[in-house]
Write a protein that binds this ligand. Sequence first.
Ligand code: OSB
Ligand code: MG
Length: 370
Amino acid sequence: MSTLREIELRRIALDLVTPFRTSFGSEERRDILLVRIGTSDGDGWGECVAMAEPSYSPEFVDAAQLVIAEHLWPRLCQADHPAAASVAGELAAVKGHPMAKASLEMALLDAELRAAGQNLRDHFGARRDRVPSGVSVGIFGTLDELLAQVQGYVDDGYARIKLKIEPGWDLEPVAAVRDMIGDELGLQVDANTAYRRSDIAHLCRLDDFGLLLIEQPLPEDDLLGHAQLARESATPICLDESIVSWQTALDAIDLGATEIVNIKPGRVGGYLEARRIHDLCLDRGVPVWCGGMVETGIGRAANAALAALPGFTLPGDISASSRFYRRDIVIDPITVDDGHVSVPTGPGLGFELDHDFLDEITTSAITLPA
Ligand code: OSB
Ligand code: MG
């Protein structure tokens, strides 16, 4: 039985290759919280996917660090048998903060699997060696800039393209991209809650473009609005922000609010809850795909392992490291080959850290004892 020794909360600054603009904001540089947990059986690393501002969800990186240091880590240290599988239960008394909780579970999972010489994919019982890779494309000032960017990703071989949309940037860019890439390549859109129920008729005009899905067009608490849109739109509706747990996934499916589910481990409190949602959706015949939070090689490695499960039948937002970063913090960053990324086979979550580069980009680090 391993015991907890310490936790390191390390902040890094990582420039994006190009600004990433969504309906909720634009980012040029990421401020990322990494978590290292030292145990009697060795270390494990996790990545907290909370962003700098609370604009995708209520969480943000400064708050995540504070809640870990002052509320989550002390609780974990009081557990009789601290283990990845019990993190969610031990921390349930703290409301919310799924991304902060997920990073702790992730670090313990990494430590446990490394100690056992096992990798996450095998731990999940997943079989695939590689998974199809999709790319998320931001909002641009002009159609020309968008088309040039998309053409680059098509040339890179991505298995599907996802366009960020918002009111005023939807039908025209989607039509232009569909026209450029032809009918065969998978195309989908993501509004990050930018529309309202009064936009339902407008959103149904996206039916002309043969999209795989429309991701989270309405506010996260508007399940009935999504159900109404799902009835009226021929294009499947897929929730992202609204799905914060196994329970909300079940409710959204039963309400007809989501016909496909985007699974993001950080948003639902960890990889184990993500796996439960996958199992639920597989049982219900609801297709799932793995979302992304612009993770480093730590999070992307774990996402690839998750996406190797059989219910992940649509390409995930698991793009090459180079889509967002010039240099990653891992030795073997994820690449796209023939539209796929390889599922890592190394121990733990499957990455190996580039410690020199990590030290170079560290902006702060604190270590707390157990
Ligand atoms: O809504 O899917 C989203 C990135 C940050 C926050 C929210 C979202 C995204 C993406 C990410 O679209 C894509 C990626 O990580 O490749
Ligand atoms: Mg999304």
